[in-house]
Write a protein that binds this ligand. Structure first.
Ligand code: MG
Ligand code: MG
Ligand code: MG
Length: 307
């Protein structure tokens, strides 16, 4: 029986590339493994896999009766709906520990670094397995994406060191250009349905019993979103109602200006000021220096919702 390896819902490049890389490593260690995803690849991930000639993982919608390894998440709200029917044999992640529990011991590699692929790079080293050139390329891209080309507060020396080695293996010398090429693909939103934009990098959280959705669009220039902004607001309003959510926040992150405009739809908008100390106006707020949902947004909201 093969072990299925997959990342969070609305997969980003780390979820996709980490699943592929870990499946490669596990297979070489004699554990039959299959890389999978919980949903369609976003344009950035398609670009990355295309660039290095790597096949997309298979689509997985049920874990029933399967052994699974979670990558890039450990929150139930972000995992397979029927995860309870699967046996979790491992977690490889770089987020806060979520609410997944297991009846049996598991292999857990959870490090406070900028990207799951950084952890997997160390796993290859630990087991003494060589990283194939194309896999190194996609791991490199995942790290550049998750760390916003090393600019995010989530980026650590471990991420930079991993990139240095991966770049050599992959034959990439200009990481800045490679990263910018990815973020340009990410910024091209023309012709994309609004709901697809909202869900492109979207996660649900359980915060003190309340269902809170936080999406993020990372672009090279916020003005690219001007025309679509009213439609985005309407859509997160609809998304909130559909899922009985307490709040939906959409982070519009300008990776050059290094800040985020947050669009707010909430039963209690005062949580925003509680969380960030800035009062929203007109259903939005500018958060200077905020680029990381994981480190600069989720913890603030968790605290605000708790008290
Ligand atoms: Mg991710
Ligand atoms: Mg990640
Ligand atoms: Mg990201």
């Amino acid at each position: 029986m093969a072990v299925y390896i997959f990342g969070h819902k609305n997969p980003d490049s780390d979820s996709v590339c980490a699943a592929i890389a870990l499946a490669d490593l596990k297979n070489k260690l004699g554990v039959k493994s299959v890389a999978a995803v919980q949903g369609e690849l976003n344009p950035e991930s398609k670009f990355v896999l295309g660039k290095f000639g790597v096949n997309a993982p298979e689509l997985l919608s049920s874990g029933a009766g399967k052994q699974v390894i979670l990558v890039d998440h450990s929150d139930l709200a972000q995992s397979l709906d029927d995860l309870a029917k699967a046996e979790i044999v491992g977690i490889v992640d770089h987020h806060k520990l979520g609410d997944v529990t297991t009846p049996n011991p598991l292999e857990a590699w959870i490090w406070p670094v900028g990207c799951t692929c950084t952890v997997i790079k160390s796993m290859y080293d630990f087991f003494g397995v060589e990283i194939p050139k194309n896999i190194a390329g996609i791991m490199l891209c995942a790290i550049l994406s998750d760390t916003v080309i090393f600019k995010s507060v989530t980026c650590t020396d471990k991420d930079k060191e991993a990139c240095e080695v991966l770049a050599k293996i992959a034959g990439q010398s200009d990481l800045k250009s490679l990263g910018m090429a990815m973020f340009k693909v990410k910024s091209a939103i023309e012709g994309t349905p609004v709901r697809e934009l909202v869900l492109r990098d979207y996660k649900d959280f359980n915060m003190s019993g309340k269902k809170v959705g936080i999406g993020q669009l990372e672009v090279v220039d916020l003005s690219l979103l001007d025309d679509v902004k009213p439609a985005l607001v309407e859509d997160i309003k609809a998304l909130k109602a559909e899922g009985n959510r307490h709040s939906v926040f959409l982070l519009l992150t300008d990776i050059i200006k290094e800040g985020t405009e947050m669009l707010i739809i909430s039963d209690d908008p005062s949580v925003v000021e509680k969380a960030f100390g800035v009062a929203p106006a007109g259903g939005k707020v500018w958060l200077a220096g905020v680029m990381s949902r994981k480190k600069q947004v989720v913890p603030n909201f968790e605290k605000a919702f708790a008290g």
